[in-house]
Design a protein around this ligand. Structure first.
Ligand SMILES: *Cc1c(COP(=O)(O)O)cnc(C)c1O
Length: 351
């Protein structure tokens, strides 16, 4: 591999002088802060939020570092991992010139971010068993290909991508391989975050939105080499994670045991849900899942979807997604929610 960050970074980002905030220019301890035009009287709230938050979210990163076994300097925090996706485009892809590869069916934000940034998208569909088509990916790569997005476990299919295939890409591609592990906590496969020292071109995305139950706080993580993290930090908005989110994330990160308990329960519920619905006559197939949802191929997805919404149950209709024809993506809920779904499906009569 000949990965060289200087060859793929956008020229304007390479020379970018980032905004220098008051907290960047003075980060020691002082008794009087008159440098940031804040309201020194306080906030009209029980908790004070009148000071700008830590731009580098040091406390949260130290806690994450302990949980993940990755140094804080290899961690970037974004306003959701969606922010990290956007920053990848803005840092490495020249609009109107460069391209990225996605492997559909996959998470929709890669395409939206590409379009927002005016970056061409090359689609190399997954194989029929939702794995990478390495030969076609190799053919699609050209000198302007900067990023390849691999989602594992994949949304919406639920399966993990073969590890050796991702390693093959990492070893041979001179751009960045983004491994989106939003669902890694539910997977039997191990994370790629321990491979950062092995691959300079690896960016792993994770999030507090799924297993951690903090979707509303908007905290996502990118794990990468120090060089790549340094680029992200220069490009990001100075205070991209607000103080309330930092404090609540830090508090939540003390409760690893609770989260692990939920994951165990969820996996049991996922198995029970599969068992309960697999023999319904409108269920054609349920794909193996390493995530907190299942992809169910049905004989009539639109009708089932419509019926479920009428009885107040919302699933995701993926019928129009290539390779997912007839499919509904169903998030695994609580025992009661899953039972409500199963009962409703029992009463569904094909029209
Ligand atoms: C939900 C999801 C995310 C988004 O995470 P946020 O941190 O909430 O922005 C990223 N990637 C995939 C594949 C997802 O399904």
């Amino acid at each position: 591999m000949n990965f060289d960050i200087n060859k793929i970074i956008r020229p304007n980002i390479k020379t970018l002088k980032p905004y220098s905030s008051a907290r960047d220019e003075f980060s020691g301890e002082a008794s009087v802060y008159l440098d940031a035009n804040e309201n020194a009287f306080g906030s009209p709230l029980a908790t004070n939020y009148h000071r700008y938050p830590d731009p580098m979210q040091y406390a949260v990163k130290m806690r994450l570092s302990a949980i993940k076994g990755v140094p804080a300097r290899n961690i970037f925090l974004g306003n959701g991992s969606d922010e990290a996706i956007d920053i990848l485009f803005r840092s490495f892809c020249n609009p109107g010139v460069d391209n990225v590869i996605i492997v559909p069916p996959t998470y929709g934000m890669y395409e939206v971010s590409a379009n927002i940034n005016d970056v061409a998208l090359k689609r190399v569909n997954l194989t029929a068993d939702f794995q990478l088509d390495l030969d076609s990916i190799a053919e699609a790569i050209d000198v302007n290909t900067k990023l390849i997005f691999i989602c594992s476990p994949n949304n919406p299919t639920g399966n993990s991508i073969h590890r050796e295939d991702i390693e093959t890409l990492l070893a041979n591609f001179n751009g960045i391989i983004v491994v989106d592990e939003a669902y890694i906590n539910f997977s039997r496969q191990k994370s790629f975050i321990q491979e950062l020292t092995e691959y300079a071109n690896l960016v792993v995305l994770q999030t507090l939105s799924k297993a951690w139950g903090l979707a509303a706080l908007r905290v996502g993580m990118a794990f990468a080499s120090e060089e790549i993290i340094e680029v992200f930090n220069r490009v990001k908005p100075p205070y991209n994670i607000n103080e309330a989110s930092q404090q609540l994330a830090l508090e939540a990160l003390q409760n690893v045991d609770q989260v692990n308990q939920w994951i165990k329960e969820l996996l049991k519920e996922r198995d029970a849900l599969v068992l309960a619905i697999k023999d319904f006559d409108f269920v054609v197939d349920i794909y193996p899942s390493d995530a907190n949802f299942i992809l169910v191929k049905t004989t009539n997805a639109d009708a089932i979807y419509k019926y479920l919404t009428q009885v107040g149950i919302i699933v995701r209709n993926r019928n129009k997604v290539e390779l997912c024809e007839g499919c509904l993506r169903i998030t695994v809920g609580t025992k009661e929610e899953n039972e409500a779904l199963i009962d409703a499906l029992k009463q569904f009569k094909e029209s």
